[in-house]
Design a protein around this ligand. Structure first.
Ligand SMILES: Cc1cc2nc3c(=O)[nH]c(=O)nc-3n(C[C@H](O)[C@H](O)[C@H](O)COP(=O)(O)OP(=O)(O)OC[C@H]3O[C@@H](n4cnc5c(N)ncnc54)[C@H](O)[C@@H]3O)c2cc1C
Length: 806
């Protein structure tokens, strides 16, 4: 057994074996996998193993597409059969919303060269003669859809990895993982110890127990899941081909051919958790007793759609465990608080995703970062706030609504609230409608004067569209008070603070007290890992403000640069709150509450002061993400209500009032401002998204400077463009593909919103560099249908920033 390796993978299920395989593909030969039992012993062996390529998230579709294509390649490479059947998948839409979803996915497929297209009912009946298509308004076909053999695929990954030098030790349990001072780990197993650079937790059903060995708690909980296989259906026996699988998600079941019968599975409403307090260590290749009564409703819908199903008996039922994260997406990536500890856990559609997950995991460990932006799957999207109750409530919601459409802007209620600030109750009384941001409740918009008190969801404009418009107009015409407490705030203090910040961020840190700067943080491959505002509030004290949802994600980068002795770094996100007061009357509003002179000459743009607002101490920054005249005010969280009430009181006299984050989205898009996680991500280089000028290479070294230098000399691959879209019933929201008028794909939308103060439906897009110019016409696939759009020369709201600086 190797005793000193680059990576130890814990778990020989589908995912662990794929990671091992992909690590060897990227050149790591000293890699070992430990499996406590036989390979596939967890969730893997009993899976239905259906494979799909399309997903609502574009990057997940790309990863699934890679996986679907990999299986055949894997068979060729290893000689191990993967039991691949790709008769295709039919996707049925029974509702208008589902039709929008499928059409959007088809448009994305065209953008990325994937095969997913509409077929007529006649063609669908030819493809699957057993399906009754009545009531179906749109049918899509994915020719590569189908299923694989769980054990074949897992063993193929294992063989491929072994062929390239990896070791696999079956019946060898990991019983301890101990961090070492050199950044590596000692992994203790039932057959001896191994020293490794990286630990990979791919322990599936036991991911929580393995994590606990490193002192880590993962928000995961297992559930039961059932499917059944029928006896032979005589008609199927007459076909000389395999029938496509059927994704009738409005019917809430999945269905495909298995042998000469059918396999049907369902995520029942009456779901069951399993092993909530810990997966038994002696749980083997076991299944739970059948409980088909719980999936009866789903079964009846499947029988109505495929009547032949009701004419035969059930041959076998599988009721097995699978383990879920709160949003049913993977818990993926290096743990920010630990050195070289990687997780790839909580995988639900493992067979659609194993290849892509293995590849991106390997890239992350070997190359420092994955090639795709994986924030939506990054385990850093959750913090300690995602506790057991939250996880349980969210998993229940996810499981029971597995096939429900996740609409853009949808905020699910389950498990909330988890974290609230003092102003929450006041905001609630004021009609606040809330969203979840890294565990915090934050107001999306305010319902006043008979406006709807609950928001509707859908792909088209919803009932919040008008109230948000009212808030935008109020801010642009008078002023608005936006709760920005959900921004992440850090305090960096001490004699070494300036040097440390200069070593982390790419811009030059402000020299004078009261000055602020905007700065990118550079990712390990030269892309944008963060966009941050740094303010020097005292000689040796800086306030750093970044994206709230990226708080834990950014720790990975902050940790990369050691803090000089005597310098401290503290998160102030929970202990401070903030408001942005913006709009043409913002100065007038604030001046009523402070003796500090707020005139442009005394308090210019991009400067900061400590001052009092109605007796509350605040750090005031003359910046605003709205593109309007404005100040950000940051105070102790205990004084949040006092400050808020004072601002609201002064605002009332000026026809100003509370504004939520939906309006902020519209306001910043009108101004063309990018936002982290949308326009800015490690996938994009700074000079592709307009941040190149903020990088100051002559200031000395900074984090990932070499990576940036190597991309900075390359031609940009993308350009960030502002589009004016001819949209009447729905605005772009992000992810919609963009095509030239001849159908050539040229990019995708990063953010979209209606620009209420300019009367245009607007969108920001990453377009292929040089493919289109300002003034050109393009098409945006909103709702999956082409919407004419023009590339604008400038953002429509005050492109010169006159209001901002006046
Ligand atoms: C009934 C059912 C149907 C499903 N159908 C589908 C489907 O149609 N399509 C699809 O894509 N997905 C499906 N899935 C989900 C799929 O099974 C999972 O996504 C996948 O198996 C997850 O693989 P994994 O490697 O992450 O976890 P697991 O398969 O649980 O593997 C983890 C491995 O780690 C090992 N291990 C744990 N602790 C230790 C330790 N301390 N030391 C050493 N080894 C350890 C375990 O023994 C186990 O082998 C289904 C699941 C169920 C339950």
């Amino acid at each position: 057994m190797k005793t000193n390796v680059q990576a130890v993978v814990i778990g020989g299920g589908l995912i662990g074996c794929s990671i091992l395989y992909h690590l060897t593909k990227l050149g790591w030969r000293d890699v070992v996998l430990f499996e406590r039992d036989e390979l596939t012993a967890g969730s893997t062996w009993h899976a239905a193993a259906n494979i799909h390529g399309l997903h609502d998230s574009t990057n997940i579709s790309r990863l699934q597409h890679y996986t679907m294509n990999l299986y055949k390649e894997l068979e060729r490479e290893t000689g191990q059969g993967c039991g691949i059947f790709q008769p295709g998948s039919l996707y049925l839409a029974q509702t208008e919303a589902r039709e929008h979803q499928l059409r959007l996915q088809a448009a994305k497929a065209r953008r990325y060269g994937m095969n997913f297209h509409e077929v007529s009912r006649q063609e669908a009946e030819r493809l699957h003669p057993l399906v009754d298509f009545d009531g179906v308004r749109c049918i899509m076909f994915e020719p590569d859809g189908g299923n694989v053999d769980p054990s074949g695929v897992t063993n193929a990954y294992a063989i491929g990895a072994r062929n390239l030098g990896a070791e696999i030790h079956r019946f060898t349990a990991v019983i301890g993982t101990e961090a070492q001072p050199d950044g590596g780990w000692i992994v203790r197993t039932t057959k001896g110890d191994v020293r490794t650079d990286w630990v990979v937790n791919a322990a599936g059903l036991w991911a929580r127990e393995v994590a606990a060995m490193a002192g880590l708690s993962l928000p995961l909980v297992p559930t039961e899941h059932q499917y059944f296989v029928t006896d032979t259906i005589p008609t199927i026996a007459t076909f000389d081909r395999r029938l496509p699988s059927v994704a009738d998600r409005d019917g809430e079941y999945y269905l495909r051919q298995e042998g000469l019968g059918l396999l049907v599975g369902a995520y029942e409403k009456d779901m069951r958790f399993w092993a909530e307090d810990g997966t038994p260590l002696d749980f083997g290749r076991e299944l739970f007793p059948d409980d088909l009564g719980r999936i009866e409703d789903n079964m009846m819908r499947a029988v109505a759609r495929v009547p032949a199903l009701g004419e035969v008996g059930i041959k076998r039922v599988i009721n097995g465990p699978m383990i879920w994260s709160p949003d049913s997406a993977a818990l993926f990536g290096p743990v920010p608080e630990l050195q070289n500890y990687f997780c790839c856990c909580g995988i639900i559609p493992g067979f659609s995703q194993s290849g892509g997950l293995g590849k991106l995991s390997a890239e992350w460990m070997v190359e420092g970062e994955p090639t795709l932006d994986m924030f939506g799957w990054d385990l850093a999207r959750f913090g300690a706030w995602a506790d057991k109750n939250f996880t349980r409530a969210r998993v229940k919601d996810q499981y029971t609504h597995r096939f429900k459409i996740h609409f853009p802007n949808e905020e699910r209620e389950a498990g909330r609230p988890v974290r609230v600030r003092p102003a929450y109750h006041l905001q609630k009384q004021m009609g606040g409608i809330f969203g979840l941001n890294f565990g915090w409740e934050h107001p999306l918009w305010f319902s006043v004067d008979g406006e709807p008190t609950e928001e509707t969801i859908g792909f088209t404009r919803q009932n919040w569209w008008k109230p948000v418009g009212r808030e935008v107009r109020m801010l642009r015409e008078a002023a608005g008070i936006i709760d920005i407490s959900n921004f992440a705030r850090y305090s960096v203090t001490g004699a070494g603070a300036e040097n440390w910040l200069n070593a982390v961020f790419a811009n030059r840190m402000p020299k004078a007290v009261g000055r602020s700067c905007l700065t990118p943080m550079i990712g390990r491959k030269g892309g944008v890992a963060g966009d941050i505002t740094v303010t020097r509030v005292a000689d040796h004290e800086f306030l750093v403000i970044g994206s709230g949802m990226a708080e834990r994600y950014h720790q990975r980068f902050f940790r990369d640069v050691a803090l000089p002795e005597g310098t401290s770094f503290r998160s102030m996100t929970a202990s401070m709150a903030g408001f942005n007061v913006a709009g043409p009357r913002a100065r007038e509003l604030l001046q009523r509450l402070t003796n500090t002179d707020l005139s442009n000459s005394e308090f210019p743009f991009m400067q900061s002061r400590r001052l009092q607002i109605d007796g509350v101490d605040v750090i005031a920054l003359r910046v605003s993400f709205t593109g309007d005249l404005g100040w950000e005010l940051h105070c102790d969280v205990e004084r949040q209500c006092e400050l808020y009430e004072a601002l609201l009181r002064a605002g009332r006299e000026l026809q100003a009032g509370p504004v939520g984050s939906r309006a902020l989205m519209s306001l910043r898009i009108e101004k063309g401002y990018g936002s982290w996680g949308r326009e800015y991500s490690p996938e994009y280089w700074p000079h592709e998204v307009g941040l190149g000028a903020l990088i100051k290479p002559d200031k000395g070294d900074f984090l990932n400077r070499e990576a940036w230098q190597s991309v900075a000399k390359l031609q940009p691959r993308y350009q960030l463009a502002m589009l004016d879209v001819q949209a009447k019933e729905a605005d772009a929201t992000g992810g919609e593909p963009v095509f030239l008028s001849d159908g050539t794909p040229v990019g995708q939308i990063s953010s979209g919103a209606y620009g209420y103060s300019v009367g245009q439906s607007l969108a920001l897009a990453h377009l292929t560099h040089g493919a289109a110019r300002a003034g050109d016409s393009v098409n945006v696939s909103i709702l999956g249908r082409p919407h004419a759009a023009t590339i604008l020369h400038h953002p429509p709201f005050h492109p010169q920033g006159v209001r901002l600086r006046s």
